[in-house]
Structures are given as C-alpha cells and as structure tokens.
Design a protein around this ligand. Structure first.
Ligand SMILES: Nc1ncnc2c1ncn2[C@@H]1O[C@H](COP(=O)(O)OP(=O)(O)OP(=O)(O)O)[C@@H](O)[C@H]1O
Ligand SMILES: [Mg+2]
Length: 297
C-alpha cells in the first residue's frame, strides 16, 4: 500500500508543473551518445510522449555526431573539427545527409510513433524551414559545407503542432541556391526555438552538464552565467562540441527563451525529472547569477 501512496505522491508533485506548463512549446535538442543507446533512448521517448499528453508542445531537433563518425569511417572519409564544428567536404556532406535526414531522423520518428505520439520526421530543407549560407570559422578556416542559418521559416512546424504532430527535425539544410549544408544541431535548435518563441530549450547530451574542468566529472555547474561561459571558452575549460552548445545556450537566453538547460541524456527520464519535479539536474544557463534557490520558469 505504502508503495502505491508514494506513486500517487509523485504524480501529485507533478501537478503544479503540468498546470504551469500547459500549452508551452519546448524545443528538445537530442544528441550525443544518448541518441545511440537504445535503453536510454526509450525512456527519453516516453518522456516526450508524456509531455505531449499533458499538454506541452514538444519539438525535437536531433544531432548525430557519433553515428556520422561511424558512417564516415565505413566510407573511409576522414573529418576534423575546428571550434567544435566538423569540417565538411562534398563526400562527407553526402554521408552526413544520409545519416541525419535518412537513417536517424526516420528512426527517431518511427520510434516516437511506436511510443504513442504521431511524430513527423523532416529536415531543415522541408518547406524551407532553414535557409543557410556557408559558415567561416572565426580563424578563417574553410569549413566546407558547414551551414550558418540565415532564416527560419517555422510555418511547417506550426502546421504540424496545430494538427497535434510532434516534429522531429534533422539539421541538414539548403542555401537559397540549393547547396546542401551541414548545420550543427545545437544552432538549428536555438534558431527554431527563437522562431517558435519557445519557453524552454533543453539540450540533451552525453555529459552531466557543463563541467568547470572538462576532465573532472565532479565539477558540474548547476547553473552558469553568460559571463562565466565566455571566460570558460577563453580559458579552454569548455572545448569541442560543448563550445557550440554553450554558445547556443547564450543565444537562446539572449533571444528571450525563459529556460535554457543542458541535461544528461544518458540519465533515465532526465527530461521528466527536469520538467515535472523540484529536482534540478544538469546546468541551467542564465543571464546573471541569482539567489541560490532559483524560481522555476
Ligand atoms: N567543460 C565541459 N563540460 C562538459 N562537456 C565538455 C566540456 N568541454 C568539452 N566537453 C565535451 O562536449 C561533449 C558534448 O558535445 P557533443 O557535440 O560531443 O555532443 P552533442 O552535441 O550532445 O551531440 P551531437 O553533436 O551528436 O548533436 C561532451 O561529451 C564532452 O566531451
Ligand atoms: Mg554537438
């Protein structure tokens, strides 16, 4: 009996959050190895389904760096990273599009469908969702077909949400002249969150959050300010794929997304824990430091 009462308490604890968040748009960037691990992936998909059923509007944007590495290896194509972004030649671009917009996008949509929502997999190319141009790294390095987002046309997302579909978006996009571009999914997520005026933007990744020292598991920051992040990039404490991610968090906060969070996608039900309980997990990005006990958005 006790066990059932505890279960009921958990449900009741979620009630204020369900009431508060009813109808809000949440953009979930899903990447890292959490995307590959089937066991974890299933719990995250359940979380997204639950969010949808209690009245939130989830929009999923996915990455796939780890899958892309496997595929590029299979095709014998080498790739290097500059500032956390993958230098992309024409051959790599083809493999990346097949992996992201083909394999992963369809797999995620299909899995979500099996978990009980009607998910539709699209890419940045569909209905001109994202229009891009070639990006140059800050040190002048030619990144090839890496895209920078010039415009977001969220019509297709609105149309899907209105009809109760859950959009699942691959970040491969095209330029105005039709050149295919590889967009880091973090940038796609924040641009889409801005265009949708989303209240929440969650980055599910494969670390517990932003670490003060990249190599030290125990140094995860429960919140980080814009100033702190700038200093950590400069000192090298934030590196690799975490650089574009934190830059996107900063852009999200500046664009007015109320709640921008980096969460560990390897933890079962990390989304539910963050959205529907008092437990704060991962790293919350904020403009400036506030009191210890942060009001939830
Ligand atoms: N200070 C730091 N704190 C936490 N992680 C860091 C830090 N500096 C670098 N990293 C690295 O950033 C990685 C996360 O970025 P990565 O691009 O690999 O994953 P993702 O963006 O979630 O997935 P994808 O690129 O497939 O969408 C971590 O696995 C970690 O190795
Ligand atoms: Mg990444």
């Amino acid at each position: 009996m006790r066990e059932y009462i505890e279960k009921a308490k958990v449900l009741v604890e979620a009630l204020p959050y369900i009431k508060e968040f009813g109808g809000i748009t949440v953009v979930i960037k899903y990447g890292g190895s959490a995307l590959i691990d089937e066991g974890v992936r299933d719990t995250i998909l359940d979380d997204i389904v639950l969010m949808k059923y209690v009245g939130l509007k989830p929009v999923v944007v996915h990455g796939g760096g780890k899958d892309i590495n496997v595929m590029l290896d299979r095709f014998g194509i080498k790739s290097e990273f500059v500032g956390g972004l993958r230098v992309t030649d024409a051959d790599a671009m083809e493999v990346i599009e097949m992996t992201l917009s083909g394999k992963l996008n369809k797999e995620l949509a299909s899995r979500l469908n099996r978990h009980g929502v009607a998910a539709v997999g699209i890419s940045g190319k569909d209905a001109s969702l994202l229009t891009t141009s070639r990006k140059r790294a800050s040190d002048g390095v030619d990144l090839g077909f890496v895209g920078e987002i010039d415009a977001v046309n969220p019509g297709i997302i609105h149309a899907l949400i209105e009809r109760d579909f859950v959009p699942v978006i691959s970040p491969v996009a095209a330029s105005a002249s039709g050149e295919t571009h590889n967009v880091n999914a973090d940038f796609a997520a924040v641009a889409i969150a801005g265009a949708l005026k989303a209240e929440k933007l969650v980055f599910l990744t494969d670390v517990e959050g932003v670490r003060a020292n990249a190599g030290d598991k125990g140094s995860v920051l429960s919140r980080a300010t814009l100033g702190q992040i700038g200093r950590m990039i400069e000192s090298g404490a934030i590196s690799g794929g975490m650089i574009p991610k934190v830059m996107c968090c900063v852009a999200g906060v500046k664009a007015g997304v109320k709640n921008v969070h980096i969460l560990d996608g390897r933890v079962e039900h990390s989304l539910i824990l963050e959205i529907f309980t008092k437990e704060g997990i991962g790293t919350l990005i904020e403009l400036e430091a506030r009191g210890e006990k942060l009001e939830r958005a």
